[in-house]
Design a protein around this ligand. Structure first.
Ligand code: PMP
Length: 462
């Protein structure tokens, strides 16, 4: 199916948005003089300009034009309790008035306590902190390469592990699928060492392990793939990954930057009954602060420690283990553990209702919409949602190669047209929808559905 031409409609929506949010527009005009495209992180830089946020609380943010926007982005899926949860901000406020928080350059008690919590909740034997998910996956790969003495990195197409050199291949979909390098500047030799396999395709995984026998250092995979569509892996896929890694002496890395503490107060690998050799965490664990971690088997983690001659240089980071970050993370994780029995069932119930109501809304409008991934045997309900618009109803979309493929789904409708039309309804969606937090309510779901309806009318779908 050829993509529809939305250029005129996008122009009209952009004009409406310019009139709707003049202050954000004026700030953008100034910002673009000094910031590339007016800001950092391209996903935030909605065209013609993003709403400039001056306040955020729970499920809502408020922009400089005074719009109260229902937010399903929630800090890149990090804010499981919503924006600025008092459970965390209270602890930070107290610390900042008590001579703690910004005294980097030492170690304090929060870090050890946080590490203990993470080890207990994820099965990691040792952990080390850094400041971004990108760095955590880069260090995990470095550790795996040092441990195995091998060069190659196996990853899945559509998997985003951050913008380090091993991560910049096989992310975005192009004409020939996923194998391309995603950025100019990546050394060819390094890109050649990254092999791109297919998510949820067990047979292809077997083949890729066999083809590259003796050369692969690690297989890095998200148990629930994020950028590739919020699709849970099948149990069979992760069990096969574990078996193949054991058989071929490959380090299995679960990138749980998104999934960690999203489905339980710990790793999601446990729900699959599959333990990786290394896992990476970020997003939720920081309680809103830039905290990330690598954890896993002590003998692999030891390669960065003194006892093994600090072979892997996972050692720097001015702000690694930042006290305010450690405090926020520790406070949040204590909270998630203490309230686990309430938080995750609440997210599940809300997730179930959200999917039901959204499906009803689109069905009623006669618009074909689907949640990528559907339900899996392990993640029965997902509080992370990518909503896509397939050209034909061909059943479940369980692979990034379907969800991100402009020949299968109407990518421009979900990513640009509907997004802007929803912003005009004061609802912020990303990849068709986004994340639920405990701050969202049933009334917010109704508000979302009402907004979808009006947005569809505005763009002429109904
Ligand atoms: N891994 C995964 C699965 C991610 O989703 C992301 C970020 N979206 C990263 C790694 C990189 O994390 P960060 O943005 O904190 O560098």
């Amino acid at each position: 199916m050829p993509p529809r031409d939305y250029s005129q409609l996008i122009q009209k929506l952009q004009d409406e948005y310019r009139a709707y949010a003049p202050r954000s527009g004026a700030i953008q005009a100034q910002a673009a003089k000094v910031l590339v495209d007016g800001g950092s992180h391209t996903l935030r830089l909605i065209e013609p300009f993003p709403p400039r946020i001056r306040h955020a609380s729970g499920a809502y943010v408020e922009d400089e034009d005074g719009h109260r926007i229902l937010d399903f982005w929630q800090g890149h899926y990090a804010n499981i309790l919503g924006h600025n949860p008092p459970a965390v901000t209270g602890a930070l406020a107290a610390a900042f008035t008590d001579g703690q928080g910004l005294q980097t350059g030492f170690v304090e008690t929060h870090q050890a306590e946080l590490a203990e919590l993470i080890c207990r909740q994820t099965g990691a034997e040792r952990v080390r902190f850094t400041t971004s998910g990108t760095l955590s996956t880069m260090y995990a790969i470095l550790l795996a390469r040092a441990f195995t003495g091998r060069e190659m990195v196996l990853k899945v197409g559509g998997g985003w592990h951050g913008a380090h050199l091993w991560g910049l291949k096989g992310v975005g979909m192009r004409e020939h699928g996923f194998k391309q390098v995603d950025s100019v500047g990546v050394p060819d030799a390094l890109a050649d060492d990254v092999i791109v396999t297919a998510f949820n395709d067990t047979q292809r995984l077997e083949e890729d392990f066999k083809k590259n026998q003796g050369c692969v250092a690690c297989f890095i995979v998200e148990p629930v793939i994020g950028a590739g569509g919020m699709i849970p892996a099948s149990r069979e896929y992760l069990e096969t990954a574990r078996r193949l890694c054991d058989q071929h002496g490959v380090v299995l890395i679960f990138d749980e930057v998104i999934s960690g503490f999203r489905y339980r107060a710990g790793d999601v690998g446990l729900l699959y009954g599959v333990r990786p050799d290394l896992l990476t965490l970020g997003k939720i664990i920081g309680g809103g602060m830039p905290v990330a971690a690598v954890g896993g088997r002590a003998e692999i983690m030891a390669l960065t420690g003194r006892s093994k001659g600090a072979k892997v240089k996972f050692s720097g980071g001015t702000f690694s283990g930042h006290p305010a970050g450690m405090l926020a993370a520790k406070t949040l994780i204590h909270y998630l553990i203490a309230n686990e029995d309430q938080i995750y069932p609440q997210l599940n119930a809300l997730g179930k209702l959200l999917r039901k109501r959204v499906m009803e809304t689109f069905k009623q409008a006669g618009v074909l919409a689907r949640f990528a991934g559907g339900e899996s045997e392990v993640i029965a309900v997902n509080s992370l949602n990518q909503l896509v618009f397939p050209y034909e109803d061909t059943g479940l979309l369980t692979m990034p190669g379907q969800v991100l493929n402009p020949e299968v789904v109407d990518v421009t409708l979900g990513e640009k047209v509907l997004k802007l039309a929803m912003l005009l309804e004061d609802v912020h969606i990303v990849h068709g929808l986004g994340a639920l937090s405990t701050a969202h309510t049933e009334a917010d779901i109704e508000r979302l559905c009402g907004a979808y309806q009006r947005a569809m009318a505005r763009i002429g779908l109904i």
